[in-house]
Design a binder for this molecule. Structure first.
Ligand code: HAM
Length: 421
């Protein structure tokens, strides 16, 4: 136990963590260009926050929440997703009083007690965006574009945007009744989960991955057929906006997503190589009505979240090397205790100039230190022994050529700065 991490969690070690930083920085950069500001939220919320929003028939609420009672007997849940907490914070901090729309982003760990497998974990990380106060289809297009742009800058290929309209308070009740009538005829062909969904939320049957259910779904009344005029107009406008900026998409009438809060737009960006169940790199949609459900005024919302672990897996699968800097530029090799101290001072001075510098702390032989410098793949190694100290100099070795120069210690920082330019 002491040396085993909990099932479904990951350690991201040096070598890997630089990639995370790179992607997080890219997300921040793109958000800055699009005018999305960061919101940092608690990792746990009152359980009610998720019951109200994610929905009682969702897998998350039914079986995946990490819930606990705190010492004050309050019901708390480790956040399984970021949208509900953002809505809570939007209201609590009165962000609705700011000029709208409010455009936010977040990143961090989420928790779902799910069956772990490649691309599916119990603690995983999302980068997500949420927009409040804009009902125009153009903002739906912007949200989708912001996801596609991140994937594009990472150099990912073979992605497709799947998109659907899932109805609203006006057209969904009728569609639900039509679905119930339709699925009741095939009840014996549905899987156990879908049989259970039939009366409670038949819409979810549409995205069941079981072969039998998929077959039955082929004849079911689709969300697009059931859409009211307002939903249809919104959907068509969104598609026009995506066409206008050249974002290709596939309309997937079975895409209803696993969270109950979506209305109108629902979308996912999928990749086919991570196995069929975990192919969604990102998913989101509109959730008009959620702010009102939390006690606020009627205020539209839309957003998505991207699974960071899945993104990294996909980058690996596609052989994409991120330009993360790995090597120090200078290695300082002291020989003897007096040189150690001088080397420490020089190391600090070089780092103060923004030069990534490493030094020996183990009192290794010159040969072993040169080996270490090679392993670090530095551009320059600085050798300081007793005789160099006496003369007030250091030997600077250019690793690529093997050329060596003597440089006065007082000039060393300047000298290396010049060489590294
Ligand atoms: P979601 O589809 O549940 O949506 O999750 C979004 C993404 O998080 C998925 O597409 C996937 O990449 C990643 N993900 C989900 N579960 C796991 C897991 N167990 N292990 C690894 N990655 C996972 C939401 O969370 C919504 N809050 C998105 C949203 C924002 N909708 C509107 N605004």
């Amino acid at each position: 136990m002491l040396t085993t991490r909990p099932t479904g969690t990951n350690d991201f070690l040096p070598g890997e963590s630089e990639k995370w930083q790179y992607i997080e920085q890219l997300c921040r950069q793109v958000c800055a260009e699009y005018g999305y500001k960061e919101i940092r939220l608690p990792i746990f919320e009152h359980t009610e926050v998720y019951l109200r929003s994610v929905g009682e028939t969702s897998d998350i609420v039914e079986k995946e929440m990490y819930s606990f009672e705190d010492k004050g007997f309050r019901h708390m849940t480790l956040r399984p997703e970021g949208t509900a907490g953002t809505v809570r914070a939007f209201l609590e901090n009165k962000l609705y009083a700011d000029p709208q729309p409010t455009k936010l982003y977040y990143m961090g760990p989420m928790f779902r007690y799910d069956k772990p497998q490649a691309g599916r974990y119990r603690q995983f990380n999302q980068f997500g965006i949420e927009v409040f106060g804009a009902d125009h289809a153009g903002i739906d297009a912007e949200v989708i574009t912001l996801a596609v742009e991140i994937f594009r800058r990472l150099g990912l290929t073979g992605l497709s945007v799947k998109i659907n309209t899932v109805g609203c308070a006006d057209c969904r009740p009728k569609h639900m009744e039509e679905l119930k009538t339709y699925f009741r005829q095939y009840e014996d062909k549905l899987c156990d989960t879908c049989r259970d969904r039939l009366e409670r939320n038949p819409l979810r049957i549409l995205d069941c991955k079981e072969d039998g259910c998929k077959e039955v779904c082929k004849g079911a009344p689709t969300t697009i057929e059931a859409a009211c005029d307002n939903c249809s107009t919104h959907f068509n406008k969104l598609l026009e906006y995506l066409d206008a900026v050249g974002i290709s998409y596939e309309i997937d009438t079975n895409l209803v997503r696993g969270l109950d809060y979506y209305v109108r737009t629902a979308f996912e960006v999928v990749i086919n190589s991570v196995g069929s169940a975990q192919n969604a790199l990102c998913g989101g949609g509109r959730y008009n009505g959620m702010v009102e459900q939390f006690g606020g005024d009627d205020m539209p919302g839309i957003g998505y979240a991207m699974g960071m672990e899945r993104l990294l897996l996909t980058l690996k699968e596609q052989g994409i090397e991120l330009p993360v800097s790995k090597h120090p530029e200078v290695y300082i090799a002291p020989l003897g205790e007096a040189a150690q101290k001088e080397a420490f001072v020089l190391t600090q001075a070089l780092r103060g100039k923004g030069i990534y510098t490493e030094k020996d702390y183990l009192g290794k032989s010159l040969k072993a230190q040169m080996k270490a410098a090679d392993r670090f793949q530095v551009a320059y190694t600085v050798i300081i022994g007793d005789s160099e100290l006496e003369k007030g100099i250091a030997v600077v070795r250019e690793m690529a050529t093997g050329e060596q120069h003597e440089v006065a210690l007082s000039q060393l920082v300047e000298d290396l700065e010049g060489r590294l330019k």
